[in-house]
Design a protein around this ligand. Structure first.
Ligand code: PHE
Length: 432
């Protein structure tokens, strides 16, 4: 459940719908499915095998299996990259805090639709509100991680994941009944391959890594806590399947609503935060109480999903500081809170006062997003498959995965297919 909690998050509800919108609808989804099966699953299994074999988080695992080699840099890289993700992720988590507070006062349920839709733009460009919400979001995650793996992370995930699932299914059913929603369903089901550029293929792969929390040591770290008697293959298949299902259901909840509202599907990161309030406003015109309840449920869903993912990013750094640097859990969490808060604050301000500060043509927020999901996650994922496929003993990988007859195929995917595919997609994108 904790692994599913890490996987299912803003990546499914916030990022997936707008990536599909920018990448050309169902053609993007097909590439996403293929990448999940052929590339992401092998990375997941590689990380899981390394983590459980050593019962150490990334840095310690590399030291144990390949002492004194440059592999320790992979250990360090994967301590840093989830913290970069956490910094900007917390900004979006903060938006969901604000939207939840707004729905608690029924703010989306009555009033002018255009004004309600415009709220997102004016909110994120103001400096203080988003900063306060970012702080609150990161604070919640910090408290859960301080409580520890069993009492904090596992407990939280076991309770919230099933509830979350029911909520999203409910929202999908509702969205599908909206007038005009059919165009959104068509958009998700009829592939338009002309929109599938090299960069869309790379984004589909990046989205698949992002959604399954791969290449940044999260899965490795969680697997290091997994008991020997658990089966990693079924855990991997379960997590990937659940995550996929969740993304698709979220897609079918959001996209029909986007079309019903007449919003451009390629609108970008604001898609969910602009579309949904519009829907709630429309719903509110006839049945305000229903709109109020649904909006509360929806933003609560996003918030809970975001928290259960964010804590997994934090845990990687915490595990490193506790295992390698002898920090207490509380001290480790506080140090990381400070670092992530600062970078996140800058990302948050990049929608307002710092909008003109650009790195390689991108605002700080989108630079951090692209750096991690299009580059660091792919790079980390590549190195993890190479490590499991070429550096670890085959017998150890076999012993961890316990995949029976399927092991040969999985090992082939880990050794050849996944690394080759990442390199090809990466280079094609770089040169095109
Ligand atoms: N998988 C998470 C999501 O879909 C994001 C994440 C990325 C979590 C990397 C952990 C590590 O929202």
């Amino acid at each position: 459940m904790a692994m599913a909690g890490s996987a299912i998050g803003l990546g499914n509800i916030w990022r997936f719908p707008y990536m599909v919108g920018q990448g050309g609808g169902s053609a993007f989804i097909i590439v996403y499915l293929l990448s999940t099966l052929l590339i992401s699953l092998p990375i997941f299994l590689s990380e899981a095998a390394i983590g459980r074999k050593t019962h150490k988080s990334t840095f310690g695992a590399m030291q144990r299996l390949a002492p004194g080699t440059p592999w320790r840099w992979l250990g360090l890289l994967t301590v840093i990259s989830p913290l970069i993700i956490l910094s900007y992720y917390s900004v979006v988590g903060g938006w969901s805090v604000e939207f939840l507070l707004k729905s608690l006062t029924f703010s989306f349920s009555s009033g002018d639709e255009a004004q309600i839709m415009g709220f997102f733009g004016s909110f994120i460009s103001s400096p203080w509100g988003p900063l306060a919400c970012h702080t609150a979001f990161l604070g919640i995650c910090t408290l859960i991680v301080v409580a520890g793996v069993k009492k904090g992370i596992e407990k939280f995930s076991t309770w919230t994941m099933p509830v979350l699932f029911l909520l999203v299914v409910f929202l999908m059913v509702y969205a599908l009944t909206l007038p005009g929603s059919k165009a959104g369903v068509d958009y998700l089901l009829k592939p338009d391959f002309s929109k599938l550029t090299a960069s869309a293929v790379a984004s589909a792969m990046g989205q698949s890594f992002f959604s399954l929390s791969l290449g940044v040591g999260t899965i490795l770290t969680y697997a290091s806590y997994v008991h020997e008697k658990e089966n990693l293959l079924t855990t991997g298949l379960g997590t990937a399947g659940f995550d996929l299902l969740f993304a698709l259901i979220a897609g079918f909840a959001v996209m029909p609503a986007v079309f019903a509202a007449g919003i451009e599907p390629a609108a970008g990161p604001g898609l969910v935060f602009e579309t949904l309030p519009y829907i709630f406003a429309k719903m509110g015109a006839s049945t305000p109480w229903l709109s109020g309840v649904v909006s509360i449920l929806f933003f609560l869903t996003i918030l809970v999903a975001a928290v259960s993912s964010a804590i997994s990013m934090l845990e990687v750094g915490v595990a490193y500081l506790v295992e390698e640097k002898n920090f207490s859990r509380t001290k480790a969490v506080c140090v990381l809170f400070a670092g992530c808060w600062l970078l996140g604050a800058l990302c948050s301000l990049s929608f307002g006062p710092l909008a003109n500060v650009k790195i390689l043509g991108e605002t700080l927020f989108s630079f951090c997003d692209k750096l991690t999901s299009n580059f660091l996650m792919a790079f980390g994922g590549l190195l993890f498959t190479l490590f499991a496929g070429w550096r670890m003993k085959k017998a150890d990988v076999r012993g961890e995965l316990r995949a029976g007859k399927a092991f040969g195929l999985l090992y082939f995917l880990i050794r050849y297919i996944a690394p080759a595919a990442i390199i090809v997609i990466f280079l094609t994108n770089l040169f095109l």
